[in-house]
Structures are given as structure tokens and as C-alpha cells.
Design a binder for this molecule. Structure first.
Ligand code: HEM
Length: 344
């Protein structure tokens, strides 16, 4: 067998022969369409890697149990942190494209119709695999059809399929619901301030939380009860919300460090994706003002809507609403601190 050759291994010829500008033929007549194509290709390659990592993480979470101190947990966090780094890079890349001005873009914009990033199947797959649902999207009617400028029939089917599989968010909810913190056997030596019989920790916590609310936050306690005791929030059940808050509160204890890191990384991914949405939106405003997009949406207006609405882990990020100061945290019972085990 012959020696492996660099460009064969990474199929460089295929990659480097895949730029076909539509607005010019000879490089000497060229414009920024070459940059426009290359930057989109670079994005799509990184999207591919993000999907690869997400599938791996989802696969690990599909196991019935993952022990928080096992290689699985570190692996999950490691992969998610890699996604964070890729997203940071993708945010920076916007400024390369911004070296193109609105007039430069006009030189080839009409050649693109009706294609646009709206048709990026991989971007939709990332959103879907993270847990963003079709019905939660801004202007969801745009997604339902496969007319000109939308996803093709087969791409839409693939996105729908990804949505119907276990999403990272669903798997995280199940994992949170499995957390054994509130098993009675861990609370036998808990010293309650409120002396309530059941759920002593939560009645103590609720009283402290109430004490910290200002006069203008009248409805907040009712919301607290709804979120943690009756309805939950968004896709997270009360049980999952309790576990997520508990991990966030006691993250300094060794046993909660990895779970906290996981939740924090999910918020980071959401934040970086929304940073990207913002950078893309403001670049679009500079390039085309408030004209409709080549893909047929309202353009910047549509993108601004996605920015405020498309978060996969909003419930986790907004847990901060329900925190109290560290110094006021109820002390945890010794049994819980010593014996709690995630692998039960
Ligand atoms: C001159 C540069 C760009 C302009 C003017 C632009 C414009 C737009 C517009 C107007 C939309 C809304 C859909 C439509 O009606 O067309 C859109 C969506 C989108 N674009 Fe761009 N875009 C640019 C660069 C990029 C780049 C470099 C990427 C990287 C992959 C990208 C990815 C996307 C994605 C993923 C969407 C869908 C967003 C969503 O639905 O949440 N765009 N773009």
C-alpha cells in the first residue's frame, strides 16, 4: 500500500475545488463572493463537528445511569466545552465577513436568490439536537413549508427526525429528575428552621427566599411555588428544577462540582449561540438594512425575533431568579454530604 499523502487524507482537492462563485468567472474580475462562499463553508464544517460532539454527548446520556464521578461525566463536560470553544471561534469569524461592505455585497447578492442561511440544515440540526422545538420558534410558519427559500423536503424531514429523537435537553431533564438528593434517608439529621414536617429543606429555603424579595416583586413567591412545587418551568418538571437549583446552590461541595459545571456549560452554549445570532443580525442590518432576506423572511426583523426567543436552556440560565445569598443557605445534613451517591 502506498504512503498516505496529506491532501488525499483530508480530501483537499474536493474541498478546494468546491468554490464556484456565480457572479464572476475569472479571478481578475472577482469580488467578495469568494469570501462569502468560503466563510459559509468554514461555518458548515464547524457545524458538522458540533453535531458530531452533540451526538456523542447524547449517546452517553442515553444510558440509564451515569455516575457523576465516572469518565462519562468528565467526557460529557469535555465535549460540551469543546462546543463552547468552537462557538467562540464562530462568533469571531463574523468580523472577517464584515470586512465586506454593503456595496460589495450588492455586487453579487442577486445571484444568491432564493438561497440563504435559513436553509442551513446543519444549523437547524444543532438547534433541534440541543432541544429547541419547532413550535417554540419565532415565526414558526416559516419552517412548516418547503416552498422556495425554505428547507428542502428531505432536509426538513431530517430536522423533524432530530427533533423527535431524544434531545440533549430532554436527556438533561431526565438526568436531573434521577438526582437522589431529596431521598428521605439523606435528611434524617437535617436541622430545620421552619419545623415543617415534609420537605423541610424547601420550606426553609422558601422562607429565606421570601425574606429577600423586594416590595416590587410581589408575584415572585407564587412563581417560586409554581416552578418548584406544582408546574415546573418550560420543559423542566418541578423535580428537575429542584435538582438544578440545588446543584447551583451547593456547587462548592465536591460532589456537585461536575454537575454544576455541566449546567453552567449548557448556559454558556446558549449564550454563545445567542451572541452569534446577535452578531449575525447586526451584520445583516449593515449589509441589507431592513430589506427582506434572500430566503424570503422579513430579514433583520425575523432575525431579531429569533434572538429573543431561541434559547434551548433558558430555564437553567434563569435559575438565578431563585437564588439566595450564600451566607443564608441552609446547612446540609451530614448524611447527605457524606453519603449522597448519584449512582444509586
Ligand atoms: C452578507 C452576509 C449575510 C447576510 C446578508 C445574511 C442574511 C441573512 C438573512 C436575511 C437571513 C434570514 C433568512 C432570509 O430571509 O434570508 C439569514 C439567516 C441565516 N443565516 Fe445569514 N447572512 C449572512 C451571512 C451568514 C453566514 C456567514 C452564515 C454562516 C453559516 C449565516 C447563517 C445563517 C443562518 C444559520 C440563518 C438562519 C437563522 C435562523 O433562522 O435563526 N449567514 N441570513
Amino acid at each position: 500500500m502506498s504512503d498516505l499523502y496529506y491532501s488525499d487524507y483530508i480530501e483537499l482537492d474536493t474541498i478546494l475545488n468546491s468554490q464556484h462563485p456565480r457572479s464572476f468567472e475569472k479571478p481578475e474580475d472577482g469580488n467578495d463572493e469568494m469570501l462569502f462562499i468560503i466563510i459559509h463553508q468554514a461555518y458548515e464544517l464547524w457545524f458538522k463537528q458540533i453535531i458530531f460532539e452533540l451526538d456523542l454527548v447524547r449517546h452517553i446520556f442515553l444510558k440509564d445511569r451515569i455516575n457523576e464521578n465516572s469518565p462519562d461525566m468528565s467526557n460529557v463536560i469535555h465535549k460540551l466545552k469543546r462546543i463552547v470553544k468552537i462557538l467562540e471561534l464562530l462568533n469571531q469569524q463574523v468580523s472577517v465577513l464584515e470586512t465586506m461592505t454593503a456595496l460589495d455585497f450588492l455586487e453579487f447578492r442577486n445571484y444568491l436568490l432564493p438561497a440563504s442561511g435559513f436553509q442551513s440544515k446543519q444549523f437547524r440540526l444543532i438547534e433541534a439536537k440541543l432541544g429547541l422545538k419547532m413550535e417554540e420558534r419565532h415565526k414558526r410558519e416559516y419552517y412548516k413549508h418547503t416552498r422556495r427559500g425554505s428547507l428542502s423536503e428531505s432536509d426538513l424531514q431530517e430536522v423533524n427526525r432530530a427533533e423527535s429523537e431524544s434531545t440533549l435537553k430532554q436527556l438533561i431533564v431526565k438526568w436531573l429528575e434521577r438526582m437522589p438528593f431529596f431521598d428521605e434517608r439523606y435528611w434524617v439529621d437535617y436541622e430545620s428552621a421552619s419545623k415543617a414536617d415534609a420537605d423541610k429543606f424547601w420550606s426553609d429555603y422558601r422562607a429565606i427566599y421570601q425574606g429577600g424579595l423586594s416590595d416590587t416583586e410581589g408575584g415572585r413567591l407564587a412563581e417560586f411555588d409554581k416552578v418548584f412545587f406544582t408546574e415546573g418551568r418550560g420543559d423542566l418538571s418541578p423535580k428537575a428544577m429542584q435538582a438544578a437549583l440545588f446543584i447551583t446552590l451547593y456547587r462548592d461541595l465536591p460532589i456537585f462540582q461536575l454537575p454544576f459545571e455541566l449546567l453552567n456549560t449548557l448556559s454558556e452554549i446558549d449564550e454563545l449561540l445567542s451572541n452569534w445570532r446577535y452578531r449575525h443580525f447586526s451584520m445583516v442590518r449593515r449589509m441589507i438594512g431592513i430589506r427582506a432576506g434572500t430566503g424570503g423572511t422579513s430579514g433583520a426583523g425575523y432575525l431579531e425575533g429569533t434572538l429573543s426567543q431561541h434559547y434551548a436552556f433558558r430555564e437553567v440560565t434563569e435559575l438565578a431568579t431563585f437564588l439566595i445569598e450564600r451566607s443564608k443557605l441552609p446547612g446540609l445534613p451530614g448524611v447527605l454530604k457524606e453519603k449522597v451517591s448519584f449512582s444509586v
